[in-house]
Design a protein around this ligand. Structure first.
Ligand SMILES: Nc1nc2c(ncn2[C@@H]2O[C@H](COP(=O)(O)OP(=O)(O)OP(=O)(O)O)[C@@H](O)[C@H]2O)c(=O)[nH]1
Ligand SMILES: [Mg+2]
Length: 262
């Protein structure tokens, strides 16, 4: 039996008296999807998410946080909301590009699920891993389940050597100095118990790229349990990368600040 089926087919085992209760009815998963110029990617990622959740009979919603993308991402999001319904797609736009960290804070206040999934909208994070993350969380009652590129079975596809080295280096530096419970600190494909995410977001000072790393490092500070699912991260298909020298510098400063304060 595959991982997925262990969750999928729970109704096979339910007695007649409980058969009207949908499986996993008590859990709802809110996906926070920050977007900036993702009009090509958004329909496909939404379709894949809807398909995955529906097939697995998981209660879901997507909260799209678009920062006034000039490419018209919001028009696409509105169409998607018409297709999938307001109960499945929430539009929570902001007027301008205010950054990823605050996009999560903004989106979280509208999340109605008891679990929150954070992922990128550019296909680097494939929805097919979500059922595995959910299953692992349920088995061990983890506070966080993190996708990882840096355990056997995980990896990166489509990056050049420089980008791989930057990512490895960033991860190695933070692991060495901060000794976190996770093998992938800069990845951002994670499942959180909602109250855990609230707590971590409130404690996290960094904005921008350091944000993900600081959250998972602070998880150790609060003694949250972390499970890991190996994922293959695929470089974005459409659109442009925003990674540059200033992001690397900010990251290094962030690691140093945490090293000095935690
Ligand atoms: N709302 C909002 N979303 C953002 C912002 N910056 C990035 N995003 C989205 O956040 C996700 C991750 O950003 P990316 O630009 O893909 O970052 P990355 O994966 O590190 O870098 P590349 O994929 O190489 O560009 C994507 O879905 C982006 O569209 C922002 O300022 N506001
Ligand atoms: Mg990306």
């Amino acid at each position: 039996m595959s991982n997925e089926h262990a969750i999928l087919n729970v109704d096979e085992f339910t007695s007649p008296t409980t058969s009207n209760t949908p499986p996993m009815a008590h859990n709802k998963y809110s996906v926070l999807l920050p977007t900036y110029n993702e009009r090509e990617n958004l329909p496909i990622i939404t379709w894949l998410l809807a398909k995955t959740f529906t097939e697995e009979r998981i209660d879901w919603e997507i909260v799209i946080i678009d920062d006034g993308s000039p490419d018209g991402t919001q028009d696409v999001a509105l169409q998607l909301q018409k297709v999938y319904g307001e109960d499945h797609i929430q539009l929570r736009p902001r007027a301008g590009k205010l950054g990823l960290g605050t996009a999560y804070v903004h989106g979280l206040q509208f999340a109605t699920g008891n679990f929150v999934i954070i992922m990128d909208a550019d296909f680097s994070h494939h929805p097919k891993y979500i059922p595995q993350m959910i299953k692992l969380q349920a088995e061990q009652n983890y506070d966080i389940v993190s996708g990882t590129r840096y355990l056997p079975g995980g990896g990166v596809f489509g990056w050049d050597l420089k980008r791989k080295l930057v990512s490895r280096g960033a991860n190695y530096l933070a692991t060495l100095l901060l000794r976190p419970k996770s093998s992938d600190l800069t990845g951002s494909f994670r499942l959180y118990k909602k109250e855990v995410l609230y707590q971590l977001i409130n404690a996290t000072l960094a904005k921008g790229y350091v944000f993900q790393m600081e959250m998972i490092v602070r998880a150790r500070q609060f003694n949250h349990s972390v499970g890991e699912v190996p994922i293959t991260f695929v470089d974005r298909v459409y659109g442009e990368s925003k990674m540059g020298v200033s992001e690397i510098t900010q990251y290094a400063q962030g690691v140093w600040r945490l090293f000095m304060t935690i």
